[in-house]
Write a protein that binds this ligand. Sequence first.
Ligand code: ATP
Length: 886
Amino acid sequence: MFIANLSVAEALESLRTTEEGLSNDEAQRRLKEFGYNKLEEIKRQSILLLFLREFTHFFAIILWVAAGLAFFAEVNAPGEGMLALGIAILGVILINGIFSFWQEYRAERAIAALTKLLPQQALVYRDGKMQTVSAEILVPGDCLVLEEGDNVPADCRVIYASGVRVNTATITGESLPKARIADAVTDNSVLNAKNLLLAGTSIMSGQCRAIIFATGLHTEFGQIAHLTQTEKSSVSHLQQEIARLSKLVAAFAAFLGLVFFVVGTVIGLPFWTSLMFAIGIIVANVPEGLLPTVTLSLAMATQRMAKRNALVRHLPAVETLGSTTVICSDKTGTLTQNKMTAAQIYIHEQLVSVADHAQYENEIRLIQNAQYCHNLKKSFQKKHYVLLGDPMEIALAEFGRKSHDFGDIPVLSEIAFDSERKRMSVVIEHDGVRWLYCKGAPEMVLPLCSHIDSRNVISPADQAVQQQIIAAQNRMAKDGLRVLAFAYCRLEAEQTPQEENLIFSALIGLQDPPRPEVKEAIERCHSAGIKVIMVTGDHPQTAVAIARQIGLIKSDNPLVLQGEALRKMTAAHLHLALESPEIIFARVTAEQKMHVVKALKRKKEIVAVTGDGVNDAPALKIADIGIAMGISGTDVAKEAADIILLDDNFASIVNAIEEGRTVFENIRKFMTYILTSNIPEILPYIAFVIFRIPLPLTIIQILAVDLGTDMLPALALGAEPSDKKLMQQPPRPPKERLLSWGVVIRAYLWLGMLEAAASLFVFFFVLRQSGWEYGSMLGNTDPLYLQATTACLASIVMAQVINLFVCRHPRASAFPMKLSHNPMLWLGIAVEVVLILLVVYTPWGNELFGTHPLELAVWGLMIVLALGLGVLEEGRKLVARRFFSK
Ligand code: ATP
C-alpha cells in the first residue's frame, strides 16, 4: 500500500487521522513513539581529532622539525643548551596547540549557537485548531498548512492544493518547480508522485494542506542527509588573507633564520650555536596564533551582531558587511513598522476619514471585500482566534469586521496575489449569490473596471472619472499612505471567476508609520558613505513621502524610477541613473530588483539587499550581502540570505555594518601589537652578530614574550568595542589589504624600533652600572649577564603594556578611551605583568628562562622608557590628526 496511490480518505484512514489533524494528546503519544522530527545531530569531527589537527598543520610541522634539529644537535654537541631549546620548542607546540584549539572550539561553538536562535516553525492543526509549533515536534498524522515560501518540514501527502508548485532541487537536483495536487496517482516513486511533498523541499507558490507520513530520519531527506553533512564551511576572504600572510611571514622567518645561520658561520660562531640562532629566529617569527585569533574575532563579531538582531549565516559575510557601499532596502516592514491601519477612504467621489463611519457603513460589497479578500490564516492562541499573515490584510479584515461582521463565510476559490499582478481576488457566496472580490494596486485594478459604484459606466472616453480616482490616490499617497483599490462583480451560477467587468467600489489608504530608529540609521549610513536606495513595490508617491519622513531624500526632485521605466532602460541608462545621489525605485517586481542589484555590482559597488519573498531569493543570492527578514521572511528567502534580521529592522543592518567594520579594525590592532614586539626580538641578534656584544635576549626569552605575555593582550584588542568614528568614514575598499603599509611601518619601523631602543638601553644600563666595558664578553651564567638579559626582556614586556593602550586606535589618543569599555584589557595586562614577575622572581622562572631578579631602580627606568614610548606615539598621533586628514 503506497500512500500516493490512495485516495485522500484512504490516506487519512491509513494514518489514523482526519482533515482536522490529530488531537494534542494523540500527537504527544505519537511523539513518544516516533521520536522528534529532526535529523541526527550533524556528526561533528571528534574533539580528539580537532585537537590533534592543531599539532599537525603547516606551522606545527616547522616547529616539530626545529625541535628535532635541536635534539639532534644536543646528541652531537652536548652541553650547548640545545636540550633546553628543544624542550622549549616542544612547550611552544603544546601551548600553541592548546590555545589554538581553545579558540577554534570557541569559534565553532559560537557559530553553532547562532543556528539555535532561529528554530524552524510549522503551521499545523491540533485539536481542530491551527497552531504554530516547532517543526521538531511534528508527528505522522499531523495536518500541515503550507504556503508559498515555506520549507516542507516532513514527508507528507497533499490533501488539498491550490496552485502548488514545489522546488525539489535539494532532493532530486532538478531546479524547475513542479506542480502538486491532492488526487491519487498511479506513480510508484516517492520522488515523482505528484501528491507527495518531501522534507527539505520548498513551496514556490500556492497553498496546500498535507498529512505527514514520515518524520525525522525516516524521511527521504533523512536518508540522504549524510550528503549535506559533508558540506564545507566557507572560508572568508580575510581568513584566506591571514593564511596567506602567515605563510609569507613564516617563509620570511625561515629565510632570516638561514641568513643568520650563514652569517654566524661566516663570522666564526660554532656550528651548533649558529644553528641554535637560526632555529630561534624561525620559532620566534612564525605567526602561529594569528589565524585562530582572527577566526575567533570573526566568530565573536557574529555573536555581537546577533545581540543586535542580525544573524550571520556565513562567517565571510561579517567582513563583506564592513565594506558595504550600497544598501537596497524594501520599504514595508524594514523602513516602516508594518503596523498598518486603514486611515482614509475615497468613496462616492469623496475622500473621507475612516472614523467617519456614516460615509460607508452601508457599503456591503466594500466591507465584505475587505473582510474576505485576503490570504490570512486563523490561528488559535490563548483561547482566541487571531489572524496571521500580512499586516496590511489584517488591518483591512479588521476594518471590515468592525464595520459589519458577516461571520465565517468560506472562500470558494482564489486568484492569488503576486508582485507582477499586484492584485488578488476571492470568490465567496452570500445569500445564495456568488461574488468575486478583487483588491490591489489601483493601476492594476482600475483597468479591469467597467462601472463605478454600479452607477457610472467607465468608458475609454470617460477619462474624467478615472482621473478623479487617480487624483485621490495621489493625494493619499502624498501623505505616505499605501493605497489599495477595491472592486467586485457578481458571478452567474456556472461562470468561471475572472477579473473582468468589475465594479469599482473604493480606494482605501493605509497608514504604516516609519520605524522611529530608521531616521538616525539613515543618517549614520550617509555619514558612513553608504548609499541607501529604497526599492519598493509600492506607489512612487507613497515611497517618496516615506523616504522624506525618514530623511532618505532631502532634495525637491529626487530620481524616482518605476518598474515600467526600468524595463525599457538600457544598461548604460541604468548605470548613469544609479549615479544620482537620491534615487528611489517604485512599483518594481522582484525580477527588476535583481536588475538593479546586478547594475550596482557592475559599478563595483558592494551591495547589501533586503528581501522576504520567494521571488527575492535570486537577488539575495546575487548580492554581496543578502539580508532576509526574520519575522516576515519566507524560509526560501532566509536560506538564500547571508544574514537574517531577527527584527526586520533597517537599523539592525546599520549596526551589523558597524560591527563588520569594527572586526577589521580590531584585527589590525592586534596585528600591530604582535608585530611590534618582533623588532626588539630580532634587533638584539643583529647587534650581537655585528657589534660582538653579549646576546641581549635569549631564544627562550623571546618565546616567553610571543607565547606568554603577548597572547592575552592581543586577544583583548580583538574584543575592542566599536569606535563611533568608524561610521563617519567612507567604506573600506574591498581590496584593501589587512596588512597595509601603514600598519607595517607603524609596527616595525616606529613602535618596534622604539621598543628595541628602550630594551637595549636598559640592557646596557645594567651592564654599565656594574662596570662592563665594550668588547668584554660575559659567560652565559654570569649573574651580571643574567640580570642584563632579564632587564631587556622585562623592558620589552613593560613597553608592550603601554603599547596595548596605544594600539587601541591608530590615530585617536589613548587617554579618553575608557578601559571599562573592554574589561579583557585589564585581564590581559594583569596576566602579562604577573607572568613577567613570575619569570623574574621565582626560582623556576629563573631556571627556565635564564633570568635573575632585578633591582627596583631598573624597573623604574623601564617604566619611564615605556611611558616615553607612549608619549612619543601620542605625539605621532597628534601630528597625524593635525596634518594628515584620512
Ligand atoms: P516593499 O515591501 O518592497 O516596500 P510592497 O510590499 O509594497 O513593497 P509588493 O508586496 O510587491 O511590494 O506589493 C506591490 C503592490 O501590490 C502594493 O503596493 C499593493 O498595491 C499591492 N499589494 C500588496 N499586497 C497585496 C495584497 N495582499 N493584496 C492585494 N494587493 C496587494
